[in-house]
Design a binder for this molecule. Structure first.
Ligand code: HEM
Length: 516
């Protein structure tokens, strides 16, 4: 919802942009530019109202163009709807993600020291690109031994959260997913002295995350974006204390690497604490809604729920001598193809991702379209991820078997090859693929597999009617929920009175997921 201050900012940005850019003209070689109601303002309002979902809406309405442009005055957005064009863009080195990460440094972390900013921001902005290098250097901490360690910690924290479900009075399932994933993930990342264990700090994170749109213009944020600004203050103070008390010593490899590299580059502890504030966006903002939709999309299909229960029971559940029932995370990955396929289908249909690249120099793509330096190219996946030329005639249908190699299903009886290039974009498109996808999969599937065996879940309203979705997130591509989804949970008789645990086998943490 727009408030007065955001409208004022919009007016100032639009006027300033008009004054500065009124001389710029559309080059006939550029993609066609779309007008929409009041020139420029309508699009600006659309972006502020619908967040990244606005690109998807525009792509859907204008799918007859392979690429088209929207003029936002201070920048142009070129929106791609063709999978073939997307592949050309992925290969072009002049179209880069890195300059966009500067938003994280300038607006989200709120660092103002010029010397530090010069070190952090991308080379295209005259900086040394430290922030980008640091982000890309994290990948090795999310595979192999470090991934095993994260998974071991994560399941330890998750077990009691799932245990308590059986005793709960009706509750909001989305909020439960948010609290459970926040607790398990931040404990995994930051260790026993996790600053987010304090509910005030984890709530501050969600206030911060929901207020990023207001923080983005970075104009007097204490006035124009008071709530997220205040939340950032609280979080950075807690992270600084965590650093001073030696909490890092017991953190995950990922957090340790960020800490050592940042301080090693001469950044002060206070600035390190500010830089760390946006980090949980990476491991929470998509995982929370993805967990909710995984539970929703499985429980709302009784036949699928039944098939998955049988598959997990047969292939990933074993009983220890003391009677403890154990879910084997490695077996979910290697021996539960329907579960893995269902998960990827949920990610396909629930994502509204739009991988975006910054145009670093005037570039002709596909020998045809000029995209001009300083503007953005974005590729909304909802439109491309449902195209019949990519996914066949069943593109619009939810098909839990879609990602099973060689399998056929009621929805699509033929043989299939699930790895169709350019079709699956939920974890990004090369060269920037999410390095956290294996951890996210263990966390979500571990939780879902245990829940389906142990509990029946029913909506309090009696019907599986989708809750209201939030379309204004700037950072989540997994369709977060705005409304509540109250449910009741009942223990299943089969497992009444049993104790539960997880098993993580070292070296088996990487999931064979389809990537774009
Ligand atoms: C369902 C959950 C998740 C989804 C859908 C997801 C999606 C993505 C996407 C689409 C990108 C690429 C951004 C772009 O090209 O614009 C990305 C990058 C990234 N993700 Fe995830 N992510 C998830 C969970 C996680 C988790 C749990 C972690 C950490 C453990 C993580 C860490 C990262 C990092 C560090 C990057 C930046 C990589 C780089 O710039 O080199 N993600 N993620």
């Amino acid at each position: 919802m727009l408030d007065i201050i955001q409208l004022l900012i919009l007016g100032v940005v639009a006027t300033a942009g008009y004054v500065v850019f009124r001389g710029s003209r559309h080059d006939p070689r550029e993609p066609p530019m779309l007008s929409n109601g009041i020139p420029i303002i309508s699009h600006l309002l659309g972006v502020m109202w619908y967040g990244i979902g606005y690109w998807t809406m525009q792509a859907k309405q204008n799918a007859s163009y392979s690429i088209f442009g929207i003029d936002l005055l201070v920048t142009k957005i070129y929106i791609v709807t063709s999978p073939q064009l997307m592949q050309v863009i992925q290969r072009n080195k002049s179209l880069r993600l890195d300059p966009l990460l500067d938003i994280t440094v300038r607006s989200f972390s709120g660092i103002t020291n010029k010397k530090t900013l010069d070190l952090l921001v991308d080379t295209t902005s005259g900086g040394q690109g430290f922030s980008q290098k640091l982000m890309h250097s994290l990948a090795p901490t999310m595979i192999g031994k470090s991934l095993d360690e994260m998974n071991i910690r994560m399941v330890r924290y998750m077990t009691p959260l799932i245990d308590e479900l059986g005793d709960k009075a009706p509750f909001d399932l989305y909020m439960w997913c948010q609290d459970a994933i926040t607790d398990a993930s931040t404990d995994t990342m930051y260790g026993p002295m996790n600053p987010f264990k304090d509910k005030e700090i984890s709530d501050a994170f969600w206030d911060f995350e929901k207020g990023l749109g207001a923080l983005m213009p970075n104009i007097l944020p204490w006035l124009t974006a008071h709530k997220p600004w205040k939340a950032r203050q609280k979080m950075s103070a807690a992270i600084l204390k965590y650093h001073q008390n030696g909490g890092i010593e017991h953190a995950s490899e990922l957090i340790k690497l960020r800490h050592t590299s940042t301080l090693g580059a001469g950044i002060t502890p206070e600035e390190y604490a500010l830089l760390e504030v946006p980090m949980p966006i990476g491991f929470l903002s998509n995982t929370v809604p993805a967990t909710f939709w995984s539970i929703y999309d499985i429980y709302s299909r009784p036949e699928l729920l039944d098939d998955l229960r049988k598959e997990v029971e047969l292939n990933a559940l074993f009983t220890r001598a003391d009677g403890t029932h154990v879910i084997d995370i490695g077996a979910l990955r290697g021996s539960c193809p329907l579960l893995l396929s269902t998960f990827q289908e949920i990610l396909r249909v629930r994502t509204m991702s739009s991988p975006t690249r910054f145009v670093t120099q005037d570039t002709i793509i596909a020998d045809k379209y000029l995209v001009k330096a300083g503007n953005l190219v974005t590729m909304p996946s909802l439109e491309m991820g449902k195209r019949p030329e990519v996914w066949g005639e069943t593109a619009e249908v939810f098909d839990a078997h879609r990602f099973m190699t060689g399998a056929s299903s009621k929805a699509d009886p033929g043989e299939r090859e699930p790895r169709r290039a350019g079709g699956f974009m939920t974890f990004g498109v090369s060269p920037t693929i999410c390095p956290g996808r294996h951890f996210a999969s263990s966390e979500i599937l571990g939780m879902v597999a245990t829940m389906i065996l142990r509990y029946d879940i029913s909506p309090l309203s009696g019907t599986w009617e989708e809750p209201e979705k939030s379309s204004s997130s700037l950072v989540s591509i997994m369709t977060p929920v705005k409304g509540k989804f109250p449910v009741t949970v009942k223990r299943r008789q089969e497992y009444e009175g049993t104790k539960w645990d997880f098993h993580v086998e070292e070296g088996k943490g990487q999931f064979p997921l389809v990537i774009g």
